[in-house]
Design a protein around this ligand. Structure first.
Ligand code: GLY
Length: 248
């Protein structure tokens, strides 16, 4: 196999059999350690939109990756309706496909949904019904940064049932003009009504702000509020483009 160097980009599109609507591009960080080191995971955090993909790049991904894929499926007798997720590496010789998923990305979907303007049910209904061209899909002109809070041991074995405290404090931690959205993933309610851990990827907090640095700061502040024994998260989601901007 060819080794591909570059930055990863997640392009998630809705396909109704004919119309392909590309949603705002995201970047996730898959390695467990800050600075992108250590074991690969399902995703430690993601932000949206990413400046890595301008309109021209998204047009080329649509033309060279998504359209040929949907056409090839049609030639095989499959009318594809649903979510098409292309995981890409932005190499010096252009975007290369790493993987396809026929689902929303995790955690890319959390920052994407936090910015979505429009009725998600109507959008998905139209995707299924073949009427996506009439959908009203927009995204708030803010940056969303999602930070996943993990249970100790992830991506290996974890202990379930640990009480989670300070969710309200995390929600209330947003600075003036910013917003925090909390998504539950590996949680459940115990018999006495307490929210407890139930899995390795416990909670995702999304910070929404005018730029990536502020969104990351808001998400980190909120993530730091969430308390259970052994909780950890990466504080540097989005660092690659922030570093490139500072040095570039
Ligand atoms: N974040 C990668 C995936 O959802 O597959």
């Amino acid at each position: 196999e060819e080794r591909l160097d570059g930055q990863e980009l997640s392009v998630i599109a809705l396909v109704d059999g004919r119309t392909i609507t590309v949603l705002d591009p995201c970047q996730d960080h898959k390695q467990v350690g800050e600075g992108d080191v250590g074991a690969n995971t399902g995703g430690m955090g993601a932000y949206c939109p990413t400046p890595l993909a301008d309109e021209e790049l998204l047009r080329s991904v649509s033309r060279d990756v998504l359209v040929p894929t949907v056409d090839a499926l049609r030639r095989d007798g499959i009318t594809f309706r649903g979510v098409l997720y292309a995981g890409l590496m932005l190499t010096p010789s252009g975007p290369k496909v790493l993987e396809f998923n026929t689902r929303f990305g995790d955690p890319e979907t959390q920052p994407l949904m936090a910015r979505l303007q429009g009725d998600l049910v109507d959008i998905l209904w139209r995707t299924a019904a073949g009427t996506l061209d009439g959908a009203d899909i927009g995204f708030a002109p803010r940056v969303a940064c999602a930070v996943v809070v993990f249970a100790c041991g992830y991506p290996g074995a974890v202990t379930n049932g640990l009480p989670i405290d300070c969710l309200a404090k995390a929600q209330a931690s947003a600075a003036q003009g910013e917003e925090v959205v909390i998504f539950h993933a590996g949680t459940r309610r115990s018999d006495d009504g307490q929210v407890v851990t139930h899995g390795g990827r416990v909670i995702t907090v999304v910070g929404l702000a005018a730029d990536l640095a502020a969104a990351q700061g808001g998400a980190n502040r909120a993530a730091a509020c969430i308390r259970f024994p052994g909780a950890f998260f990466r504080k540097d989601i989005g660092h690659r483009v922030m570093r490139d901007r500072v040095s570039g």
